[in-house]
Ligand binder design. Structure first.
Ligand code: NAD
Length: 475
């Protein structure tokens, strides 16, 4: 018997969770279920995470969670339960199969059958942001080798175990050479370990356009956090025709959380009209994870049969296409009646017994790092770029006697000195790049002291390195 934890959720959560539990029981799932409190009721008790202390303790012992949708109160510093769980439990991969059920469910993308695997922990989601000057705010985007290796390896392993043929990665590496470029580089390295699978990297914009024009050319897509957030919602909705039809898994080394992709839909709560399919398919993914393969197949094949027979909830009901409009409970009952049957037209599912591994070793590579300069950011409003360059103090040589060079000044990424265009709009945020040979940390302190003595207000610095002989900063 497998131990799982459930949290029913808010809004339509209680209705769709009950239907899902009834279906799993009828299909013979061998589960020991414990229920925990999360969401609205916990927020109301003054807990800003929406997760009770007891729930955290429980999750530490039974790390497989089936979670209903939860409402996040607006304002007041409340954070979404899903986001908290992802961060605290290290759920690094979000896995969303986006499948079209045409012609039985109306869709514009009848040939879509992709799995989007989104990195869940990094990118700009650290939420580290600053207001630096009157004009400028900044958000930090982090990309780390361990996180890239983990998500990309997971995507290839997933493809291998689910009989998929190809893995595509989407990034903006031409714009962000050092962050997205890192993701791309690691993707190409790891792909070499999976010679039986095709792989490709595409620019996010081109890849997204191709995905919508030729969906059949894509299979598994691995993608950084922010792009994946947008792409996976868009594709799930466009492919299936309803947010109510997609389940997802959030995978960590030890814990896995399964949920529908939609929210708590408060405006239809209690009306017995919500589509329970997203949570049902999330439960199927959970049963596969728990190695209850046959039960999972039974449920999904009965679900496909129900769809195929035109028994539809209101969100996907279409006159002339659907046969009967069913409420949430009736849809669950119709599915239970069809357990043991396979769809006649839609492809029946057949899951692999080989689970996708979630834990991967990391070997930190050795690198050689040499400090070669510093980018100093100034808050300055007293003139043109030429005037700034003229007024910057003469900076002494480094401790080893090497002269500092002011290489360039940029304003929000546009070079404004030594070359500039009169049309370039400058604000109060200036980036001055100083380089020298054999720089020591002590030299950086001296340089900042000189700038301060000359009356400049430095708001941030960023060290410049040469790593393994190559300059490790954007030009
Ligand atoms: P939502 O997904 O709840 O609803 C968007 C639209 O889709 C609504 O018209 C809704 O009625 C419809 N819909 C959603 N699920 C449906 C279903 N199963 N069957 C039929 N129709 C369905 O998104 P929202 O309105 O932006 O958010 C409502 C609340 O849910 C907010 O508090 C939000 O923070 C929360 N939310 C939670 C999660 C989660 O728990 N994972 C995800 C998204 C939003």
């Amino acid at each position: 018997m497998a131990a799982i934890t459930i949290a029913r959720g808010d809004g339509i959560g209680t209705e769709i969770m009950q239907v899902t539990l009834d279906i799993m029981a009828a299909a013979g799932a061998d589960l020991s279920i414990s229920e925990v409190e999360m969401g609205e009721s916990v927020y109301q008790q003054g807990e800003p995470t929406g997760i009770s202390e007891a729930a955290w303790k429980h999750l530490a012992q039974a790390p497989v969670l089936l979670k209903g949708p939860m409402s996040t109160p607006q304002g007041g510093g409340f954070t979404s339960v899903s986001l908290q769980l992802r961060k605290q439990l290290g759920l690094y991969a979000s896995v969303r199969p986006c499948v079209s059920y045409a012609p039985y469910v109306h869709t514009r993308y009848s040939t879509m059958n992709v799995v989007i695997i989104r990195e869940n922990e990094e990118d700009i989601y650290g939420g580290v942001e600053y207001r630096q000057t009157t004009d400028v705010v900044q958000s930090i985007k982090w990309v780390s080798r361990p996180a890239c290796e983990k998500i990309i390896r997971y995507a290839f392993e997933y493809a291998r175990r689910h009989g998929r043929r190809k893995v595509s990665a989407f990034t903006k590496d031409r714009i962000m050479e050092f962050t997205d470029g890192f993701f791309r580089q690691i993707f190409l390295e790891i792909a070499q370990d999976y010679p039986e699978l095709e792989y490709e990297h595409q620019s996010l914009d081109i890849g997204t356009a191709r995905l919508t024009s030729h969906p059949e050319k894509f299979d598994v897509i691995v993608i950084p956090n922010l792009y994946g957030d947008i792409l996976s919602d868009l594709v799930a909705q466009l492919t299936t025709g309803s947010v109510g039809l997609t389940g997802s898994a959030n995978v960590g080394d030890r814990c896995v959380m399964f949920e529908a992709i939609h929210g708590s839909a408060p405006t239809i709560a209690g009306e017995d009209i919500a589509n329970p399919s997203g949570l049902i398919l999330a439960a199927v993914m959970m049963l596969v994870h728990l190695q209850q393969i046959e039960v999972a197949q039974h449920i999904q094949n009965a679900w496909l049969t129900t769809l195929e027979e035109g028994l539809h909830t209101a969100d996907i009901f279409r006159e002339g296409l659907s046969y009967q409009k069913l409420g949430t409970r009736a849809f669950g009952e119709a599915l239970i009646e069809r357990l043991g049957r396979k769809p006649r037209h839609l492809p029946a599912v057949h899951f692999s017994k080989r689970n996708t591994p979630t834990r991967f070793d990391y070997q930190r590579p050795q690198i050689e790092r040499e400090l070669v300069g510093v980018d100093v950011f100034l808050d300055w409003t007293q003139g043109t770029p030429e005037e700034l360059a003229r007024r910057l103090p003469h900076v002494p040589v480094t401790r080893k006697g090497a002269p500092w060079t002011l290489e360039m000044i940029t304003n929000l990424g546009v070079v404004v000195w030594p070359k500039s265009f009169p049309e370039t709009r400058c604000c109060d945020h200036w980036h001055c790049r100083y380089t020298a040979d054999q720089v020591h940390h002590h030299d950086l302190v001296q340089l900042l002291k000189s700038l301060r003595s000359a009356g400049f207000d430095f708001i941030k610095t960023e060290n410049l390195y040469r790593i393994d002989g190559k300059l490790a900063y954007s030009a």
